[in-house]
Ligand binder design. Structure first.
Ligand SMILES: [Zn+2]
Length: 367
């Protein structure tokens, strides 16, 4: 791929959501198969509704809007197992190619691919239990079973682990159940390697210190066996002060889209966010296309400034797709676009591969 030095062991992708990692036609077929009511009448409408583009996204709230449809279709143990299998197979099969066709199949010759050999897949089991119809433990066990089946099927050539996302849009009580379960599942040796907080930042920015303290309680409850990341600072709903307090209180090892810290530095010359990340050795999980779709970043060229700011402070970063199937993108394709627009240098990409291998939560897998 474009004269890049690709690690022999392949590439680790750290930030992929299950809701965004099952091709749209597979979601549709599953909905038809299970008789799930859909908000549209035809496949074309469905495909257009779920495909994340600039014209139907533009903000994080709008970008996330249709996740509810994917989550409904992916609900229940059987559907979750199937979805995890599809997502992991998909990453191995197409994740490294430069482009996918409309059905989500790879269109790049094999030799040009960027081999993905390890994937951290994240999802919120509480949004897959049909409002309590299904047992949360069974939903998670089904996801874990799919991860273990893939490990066996690929003879260890594809590593995978699951991360549980708490929801900014969920009530404390539901997140509490999730956090306790995460601790339990990890203790039981299931392939649950990380904890995350996802959902619209505006619905619970954690600006309120009582809400932040609640969240800290949840991160503690999840226990020491799982890695900690948090979606924080993608949008302007998170002010720098809130970003700082969130990092100090939740103590994440990695942060998804910590753009608040970069904005504060580039727009106001306030380096506290970047300094804090550097001091704590926190890795930035970056998802270029999804940031463009949500309007978190205005242009691909802006990424040059973002990456240079991280480099200047010695903050490490990794690249991921966030939602490959709904964006119809691939990791190689997104990195290729960044390289082509000179927003990133090859040595920065190579460094990001190394960082991803070093900072992956998959080291926490119990074999
Ligand atoms: Zn994300």
């Amino acid at each position: 791929m474009m004269n890049l030095q690709i690690p022999d062991a392949g590439v680790v992708e750290q930030h992929v959501h299950l809701g965004g990692a099952v091709p749209i036609h597979r979601l549709y077929e599953a909905a038809v198969d299970r008789g799930i009511r859909l908000p549209v009448q035809s496949y074309d409408e469905f495909a257009s509704l779920l495909h994340r583009r600039r014209d139907n996204s533009g903000t994080l709230e709008r970008y996330l809007e249709i996740y509810e449809v994917a989550e409904r279709i992916q609900s229940g143990p059987q559907a979750v197992r199937e979805s995890v299998l599809i997502a992991l197979n998909g990453a191995a099969r197409t994740g490294g190619s430069l482009a996918v066709d409309l059905e989500g199949e790879a269109t790049t010759p094999l030799r040009q691919q960027l081999p993905i050999r390890a994937l951290e897949l994240r999802f919120n089991p509480m949004k897959r239990n049909g409002n309590g119809i299904w047992d949360l433990d069974r939903v998670m066990l089904a996801a874990c079973s799919a991860v273990n089946e893939i490990r066996t099927a690929y003879k260890g050539k594809l590593k995978a682990g699951l991360m549980v996302c708490l929801g900014r849009d969920l009530p404390f009580e539901e997140n509490l159940i999730l956090a306790k379960k995460v601790s339990l599942w990890a203790e039981e040796g299931l392939p649950v390697v990380g904890l995350d907080l996802a959902g619209p930042e505006s619905s619970n920015s954690l600006e309120d210190s009582a809400r932040l303290e609640e969240m800290a309680e949840l991160y503690r409850r999840a226990g020491p066996k799982v890695g900690r990341t948090v979606h924080c600072g993608e949008t302007r709903a998170i002010q720098l002060e809130t970003f700082l307090k969130t990092v100090q209180t939740l103590e994440p090892e990695r942060i998804g889209h910590p753009l608040t810290a970069v904005r504060a530095y580039c727009e106001d010359g306030d380096a506290r966010g970047l300094k804090l990340m550097a001091e704590r050795g926190i890795t930035a999980e970056l998802c270029m296309l999804s940031n463009l779709l949500t309007g978190a970043v205005q242009s691909i060229e802006s990424y040059r400034t973002i990456l240079n700011a991280f480099d200047q402070f010695g903050i490490r970063y990794t690249f991921s797709t966030d939602a490959p199937s709904l964006q119809k993108s691939t990791l190689a394709g997104e990195i290729g676009s960044l390289l082509q627009s000179k927003a990133v240098r090859p040595d920065q990409v190579e460094q990001s591969f190394e960082t991803a291998a070093q900072t992956t939560f998959l080291h926490r897998l119990v074999h």
